[in-house]
Design a protein around this ligand. Structure first.
Ligand code: SAM
Length: 282
């Protein structure tokens, strides 16, 4: 039976109850699935992790395109479907688990994949936990090299946006400090069962630094704390540094004293942070 028909049957005949708390929106469009696989750029020798395989729409292609596959699925009800679908596949390991509760991602990679190979993570994410999942991987794994993720369009734009755009915020800076973040393509809400309220998009994050500098990220958050306020005002209220002192530092970097955080590039944030640190102000 066609995958789409199978999923529609499960849902419409009430064999399977959609769980909103797990952000279950199942992907039904083969072309979009192929585009995600292409964006992941998986070498036949690479290993893949998938978070939330659901009914296996992406998984079916991932298994054909990789050496070994590790799945994390939280929903009890989906596990028998996955086990049945992949009963003949030796290279898939299914973990019935909340990914956020994984104790040691790299240990799982060692046990179920092959840690001498490139490890890529592909997921049509449970949208309500998009940021915690990305941060967990960046903070806890040294093995995962690339993330190819579907998420809410708005979040995808934020993570990949550049300075002086409306989507640029602290999270854009933090993600782009650790990864080469690329917006790939938009996915309309019509290709899911059930249909989500918002459109989605796929992004690709090639990781070049795992576990970045937390103190720097705290500083970036402080710079953006009130988006419409100037950097001088935000730093003054977050760290109680005298405004005149902040203006002098901005001047050293040839930055206007009315500048807002949204106008600063990642490099400018780093320079600014280093001066504040050197002068013992933060
Ligand atoms: N990959 C499937 C697809 O594209 O059709 C399903 C994607 S659906 C948006 C999200 C999936 O993540 C669901 O299967 C859901 O049960 C699972 N999920 C939700 N929270 C999870 C968690 N904390 N850990 C692992 N899986 C989770």
């Amino acid at each position: 039976m066609e995958h789409n028909q199978y999923v529609n049957d499960q849902v419409n005949k009430k064999n399977f109850f959609i769980k909103k708390k797990f952000s279950q929106n199942f992907l039904l469009d083969e072309n979009i699935i192929k585009k995600i696989i292409k964006a992941a750029d998986i070498n036949q020798d690479a290993c893949v992790i998938e978070i939330g395989p659901g009914f296996g729409a992406l998984t079916k292609h991932l298994v054909k395109n990789s050496k070994k596959l590790l799945l994390y699925e939280i929903d009890d009800e989906l596990i028998p479907h996955l086990k049945k679908l992949f009963s003949n596949e030796k290279n898939i390991h299914i973990k019935h688990q909340d990914f956020l509760k994984t104790e040691n991602i790299d240990e799982d990679i060692k046990n179920y994949l092959d840690d001498s190979k490139e490890v890529i993570l592909v997921s049509n994410l449970p949208y309500h936990i998009t940021t915690p999942i990305i941060m967990k991987i960046l903070e806890e794994s040294k093995q995962v090299k690339r993330l190819v993720l579907m998420m809410q369009l708005e979040v995808a734009k934020r993570l990949t946006s550049k300075p002086n755009t409306k989507d640029y915020n602290a999270l854009s800076v933090i993600i782009q400090d650790q990864t080469d973040a690329k917006y790939m393509f938009k996915v309309p809400k019509t290709v899911f069962q059930p249909r989500p309220k918002v459109d989605s998009a796929v992004i690709r994050l090639d990781i070049y630094e795992h576990n970045g500098n937390k103190a720097f990220y705290k500083f970036v958050h402080a710079c953006f704390v009130q988006r419409r306020k100037t950097l001088v005002n935000n730093l003054n209220s977050s760290y109680s540094i005298e405004k005149e002192k902040i203006k002098l530092i901005l001047e050293k970097l040839n930055l206007n004293d009315k500048i807002r955080a949204e106008a600063l590039s990642l490099e400018a944030f780093k320079k600014l942070y280093n001066i504040f640190l050197r002068e013992d102000l933060i």
